[in-house]
Design a protein around this ligand. Sequence first.
Ligand SMILES: NC(=O)C1=CN([C@@H]2O[C@H](COP(=O)(O)OP(=O)(O)OC[C@H]3O[C@@H](n4cnc5c(N)ncnc54)[C@H](OP(=O)(O)O)[C@@H]3O)[C@@H](O)[C@H]2O)C=CC1
Ligand SMILES: O=C(O)[C@@H]1CCC=N1
Length: 274
Amino acid sequence: MQAVKLAFLGAGNMSGSIIGGLIAKGVPTENIIATRRSEERLSELKSQFSIITSSDNSDAVAKSDVVILGVKPQMMQELCNEIREQVQKSKPLIVSVAAGLKSETLERWLGGDVAVVRTMPNTPSLLGCGATGLYANSKVTGIQQGLAEKLMQAVGLALWVEDEAQMDAVTAVSGSGPAYFFLAMEALQKAGENVGLSTEVAEKLAIQTALGAARMASESEYDAAELRRRVTSPGGTTEQALNTFNEGGLTELYRKAVQAAANRGQELADQLDN
Ligand SMILES: NC(=O)C1=CN([C@@H]2O[C@H](COP(=O)(O)OP(=O)(O)OC[C@H]3O[C@@H](n4cnc5c(N)ncnc54)[C@H](OP(=O)(O)O)[C@@H]3O)[C@@H](O)[C@H]2O)C=CC1
Ligand SMILES: O=C(O)[C@@H]1CCC=N1
């Protein structure tokens, strides 16, 4: 990754998280160009990361080996129109982080015969704790595939899917997933306040408990179900809480929520593909 020139087009929340994660891993800041339309936000990015910033997307493409498309799905066709000519000239590897949009659609918007890796990262990439699903179209060479994998591995876990349709499932589980856990922390904090804790104490306990549970699930030889059982004393306090979650249909609620997110990915693809 050290010598690879990277362009992040549309460097907002998601791309900013990847950029931060890459810099923390030692990727040279002079090899990273980030674009946005807002000059104010560009100077914020420059002062935050000391990277090269620009509002000229085509010029950023011309100077890069790998181009990360980081705009919202609804803005993607406009961006592709803007960079198509340069992409056809210099043929960089295109990496999309957009939800829903299929690699075939992106390739067509970019004029055809373009190597596209569709990815679905998440914002914990900022801390090197990301989780990214990747899918490569048929134009991606082995070397480019390795490059995309290294890029995402630098900021966390990177897993390839063989069937592009699974990218909507990845989006629904890990792309959107951090928000589910943030919501759980918010809810646990509020519930803690309800049983008498101060906001500050409830917040700290909720966050540390989430961190501890995630680390245990990740590092322990036991799976989450066994770890859960080990907290749950028969006739004890946890059992009462878990019974309440079960009565409220928490597992079914997760199923529905993840299904709704996956459906939305598909819907976005159908709406935007033209
Ligand atoms: N947020 C998340 O957790 C995740 C997001 N994603 C995907 O990442 C993509 C971006 O999401 P997110 O980072 O949240 O969105 P943001 O709005 O934070 O970032 C996108 C940025 O793109 C810039 N932009 C829009 N059009 C252009 C253009 N033509 N040229 C240059 N810059 C442009 C905008 O900045 P300005 O107005 O200054 O131009 C905008 O802030 C989406 O496709 C989403 O599906 C994927 C995984 C997780
Ligand atoms: O909410 C979204 O559409 C994007 C994709 C995954 C996370 N954020």
